[in-house]
Write a protein that binds this ligand. Structure first.
Ligand SMILES: [Zn+2]
Length: 422
């Protein structure tokens, strides 16, 4: 799972050198885990044993070791006193290859590493996420019989979480396998819709509750309630019209959050498709969720405007711009913010409007680079403190972009510039 920086990340990375270094180290570690040649190269360059020990404490390293599936790498690491751990199974699952899963599992057994039942659960989720169509699921199904406390059965929620994950990731063949009573449901237990009110953490345990929430949870932007997505909602999240159609044919229905989930993920084609079939949606609700969603095409805003959603006054658009930049959605790009600016949204008087809302650092930096100012009343050391509290490293980023306050950060930066020019 190598970390790939895109241009916007680079802006943030340059703004915060410390974060940049951490990201680059992580890239090296997972890249080094992929083949014996890469590992030797890294060792010959600057990968020290001490750094290896540090990486060893991080999940992505073990996941990468499993995905690589190369015993030579694991043996070489063993010489350096680094053992792979059970998370390697999750990495192996991402390849949907039985041989890789088996070789990782055998290696763990040889190391006398116990595989906890929650690891088998997330291994299953990884298979569903990456679209296994049955072979690896069949390999996985009997594994929990070796786990002491699992008693050979999969938990009641498991099949539903697998189905939901396959649907969210657009894997129709996986979903069809899992829903089949003689295949998926025979292996992992019955599929039944999950409801937020039915799953109680005290009953299922903390690990299970985390997995269920992560795969099926949905917080509505409008009602702020926690929902669990239905299978159709999961398909709407993935944006696959064919899968949505198939589920409708199987008797699944559109829920109160289906449109919201599709709009939040920028699937305008699906929103239009469902609306054309006569399902009702509230354009204002979709407008609100669109503003804080990911991968949003500006055409989606136009469509919502045409349906009467949103506030298109200048103040309304400015508020939309702020809401957009304050969102920390992982797939948020700047296309929508740029579009809002082009439509007449104005920057607020001070960048403080954004830091106050807890906007992610790279969004604050982007706003400063695209015309947002520090504000007439000035930006004081107190505001710098506040920004730093909301996001570590932000104070330094602000000062590198010319923040006018006289706090310690400015003094430190001026001193380092002075040194450069000496
Ligand atoms: Zn400052």
């Amino acid at each position: 799972m190598a970390c790939v920086l895109h241009a916007d990340d680079c802006t943030a990375a340059v703004a915060s050198r410390e974060d940049k270094l951490q990201s680059l180290f992580r890239t090296q570690a997972t890249a080094a885990a992929q083949s014996p040649e890469r590992l030797e190269l890294a060792l010959a360059a600057d990968l020290t044993e001490e750094m290896l020990q540090r990486f060893c404490a991080e999940a992505p390293f073990h996941i990468a070791l499993g995905a690589g599936g190369d015993r030579k790498v694991w043996r070489r690491l063993a010489q350096l006193s680094v053992d792979i751990n059970e998370l390697a199974l999750v990495g192996a699952a991402s390849t949907c290859n039985v041989a890789t899963l088996q070789v990782v599992y055998q290696h763990l057994l040889n190391q006398r590493c116990d595989v906890h039942c929650s690891i088998w659960w997330i291994t299953g989720v990884a298979l569903a996420k990456h679209g296994d169509t049955g072979l690896c699921f069949a390999w996985l199904a009997p594994q929990n019989s070796n786990v002491e406390d699992a008693a050979g059965t999969w938990p009641e929620w498991f099949c539903s979480v697998l189905c939901g994950t396959a649907a969210s990731n657009g894997h129709l063949a996986s979903l069809q396998f899992l829903l089949d009573r003689t295949r998926g449901q025979a292996l992992f237990g019955r599929y039944a819709p999950l409801h937020a009110t039915d799953v109680v953490e005290e009953d299922v345990g903390e690990d299970a509750a985390d997995i269920i929430r992560e795969t099926m949870g949905w917080i509505g932007d409008t009602d702020s309630q926690e929902h669990y997505k239905s299978l159709l909602d999961c398909a709407a999240e993935g944006g696959d019209v064919r899968m949505v159609q198939w589920l409708l044919q199987q008797g699944h229905s559109v829920t109160p959050i289906t449109f919201e989930v599709a709009a939040h993920n920028g699937h305008l084609h699906l929103v239009k498709h469902l609306a054309a079939q006569g399902y009702a949606c509230d354009a204002n609700v979709l407008y609100n969720t669109t503003l804080v969603g990911g991968g949003i095409p500006p055409a989606q805003m136009e469509w919502l405007r045409g349906r009467g959603g949103g506030d298109w006054s200048q103040a309304g658009m400015t508020e939309a711009l702020l809401k957009r930049l304050a969102s920390d959605h992982a797939d948020a790009t700047y296309a929508l913010a740029q579009w809002l600016l082009a439509q007449g949204a104005q920057w607020p008087e001070s960048i403080r409007e954004l830091t106050r809302r807890g906007a992610p650092m790279h969004h604050v930096v982007w706003a400063l680079q695209h015309g947002c100012g520090s504000g007439e009343g000035g930006w004081t050391a107190e505001h710098c403190e506040e920004a730093e509290r909301s996001c570590r490293g932000l104070r330094r980023a602000l000062h590198e972009l010319g923040c006018p306050c006289e706090c310690e950060e400015r003094v430190a930066i001026m001193a380092s510039i002075g040194e450069l020019h000496m």
